[in-house]
Design a protein around this ligand. Structure first.
Ligand code: FES
Length: 335
C-alpha cells in the first residue's frame, strides 16, 4: 500500500469518526431530552426487566440519573479536538515562532521553507521537503509535516483503555452508559445479523497494540521535552542564541509534563513496572518496582483527568504558537 492510499484511508477514517460522532451525539441529546421528560423511577425488584436487569432497546434504561452527560461532553469535547487538530495539521503554516515549535508538528521530519511560519531548515531532521514526497503527495493537500508524525500519538490515544471506553460509549452507543440499552447488532452489523457482542475481536484486535504505542508515546515525551528546552534559547539555537524565557516556553515545558502524567499512568506502564511479579518485598529491585508501581497506580487512578488535561494542553500549545506566528498574540519574553 503506498502513501497516497494510506492517506485516503486515513481521511476516510477521520471523516467517519467525525460524522459518526456528530450523529451519535445528536441521538444522545435527543434521547437524553426525552428521558428527562419521562423521569422514570427505578422499578421495584419484582418488576425489574430481563436482559441482566436493564432495558434492551437502544438508549432504553431505568436509570434516572444524568447518565447521558458524560458520553455527551466526552464525545463533543473529543470531536472539537479532532476538528481543531485536523485543521491545524492541514495548515502546514505558522507552526513555528521564534524558538517555539507546535507539538502537532514535532518532530519536523521535512520542512517546506516556502510556507509561512515554517520551522527553520536546521530544525528539520531530514532537511527540505524532498521531491519524491512531492510526487506522491496529494495535490490538494498542503505540504504539512504534521501528517508525517501524527500516526504515533493518534495510535496511542485511540488504543488507550480510557479512550476506548468513552468512544465506544459516545460514538458507538454500545452501550452509551452502564445499564443503558446498546445499539442493536442489526444496526451495527446489518439487518440480517443475529450476531451477539463479540468483544474486541476481528478488526478491533489492533487495540492490543496499545503496549507498543506506549513505547512510542514515551519517545514523544522525550522529543517534546527537548522542544521545551530548546524554546529557552533565542531562535531555538542551542547555546548560540541568548538564553531566556517566554510565555511560550512555559507552555511548551508544561506540555510534556502533562503528557507524562497521562503516559505514565497508562495501564500498560503499570503492568510494565509492576506486573509478572509474585512479591514486591526482598530485593532492592523489587522494592524499586513497588515504588514505581505505586506512582503509576496513583496516576492511573487519575487517568481520565490526565488524558483530558494533556490533550487540551497539546491543542492549546499549538494554538498559542500559531497565534504568535500569525502576529495575533504578542509573546511576552525576556529576549
Ligand atoms: S490505558 Fe490510557 S494510555 Fe494506556
Amino acid at each position: 500500500m503506498d502513501n497516497a492510499q494510506l492517506f485516503v484511508i486515513t481521511v476516510v477514517i477521520i471523516t467517519l469518526i467525525t460524522v459518526g460522532g456528530g450523529i451519535s451525539l445528536a441521538i444522545v441529546l435527543y434521547k437524553a431530552n426525552s428521558l428527562m421528560n419521562k423521569m422514570k423511577s427505578v422499578p421495584a425488584p419484582d418488576v425489574i426487566p430481563e436482559h441482566g436487569g436493564h432495558e434492551a432497546g437502544l438508549m432504553e434504561t431505568t436509570r434516572t440519573d444524568r447518565w447521558w452527560f458524560e458520553p455527551t461532553w466526552t464525545g463533543l469535547g473529543f470531536l472539537c479536538f479532532v476538528i481543531y487538530a485536523n485543521w491545524a495539521g492541514f495548515q502546514g503554516e505558522h507552526y513555528w515562532h521564534g524558538s517555539y515549535l507546535s507539538p502537532f508538528y514535532s518532530p519536523v521530519l521535512f520542512v517546506d521553507t516556502v510556507r509561512v511560519g515554517a520551522a527553520p531548515i536546521e530544525h528539520a531532521w531530514f532537511g527540505l521537503w524532498p521531491d519524491w514526497l512531492r510526487t506522491i503527495w496529494p495535490p490538494f493537500f498542503p505540504t504539512s509535516p504534521a501528517w508525517l508524525i501524527l500516526a504515533g500519538p493518534l495510535a496511542f490515544r485511540l488504543t488507550c483503555y480510557y479512550y476506548r471506553k468513552f468512544y465506544y460509549r459516545a460514538y458507538f452507543l454500545n452501550p452509551a452508559a452502564c445499564a443503558v440499552g446498546a445499539m442493536p447488532s442489526n444496526i451495527l452489523l446489518g439487518p440480517n445479523s443475529d450476531q451477539k457482542y463479540k468483544g474486541e475481536t476481528a478488526l478491533f484486535l489492533f487495540q492490543n497494540l496499545h503496549r507498543f504505542t506506549w513505547y512510542l508515546a514515551v519517545v514523544y515525551i522525550g522529543l517534546l521535552s527537548w522542544d521545551g528546552f530548546l524554546s529557552l534559547w533565542e531562535g531555538g539555537k542551542l547555546f548560540k542564541g541568548e538564553f531566556g524565557i517566554g510565555v511560550g516556553s512555559i507552555i511548551l515545558i508544561i506540555n510534556p509534563l502533562l503528557l507524562a502524567t497521562y503516559t505514565f499512568g497508562c495501564h500498560s506502564c503499570r503492568h510494565l513496572v509492576g506486573g509478572r511479579k509474585n512479591s514486591f518485598s526482598g530485593s532492592i529491585g523489587a522494592r524499586i518496582r513497588f515504588s514505581l508501581w505505586k506512582k503509576a497506580t496513583w496516576l492511573n487512578q487519575r487517568h481520565m483527568l490526565c488524558a483530558w488535561m494533556s490533550m487540551i494542553w497539546v491543542g492549546f500549545s499549538d494554538f498559542y504558537v500559531r497565534m504568535c506566528s500569525m502576529g495575533i498574540i504578542n509573546d511576552i519574553n525576556t529576549w
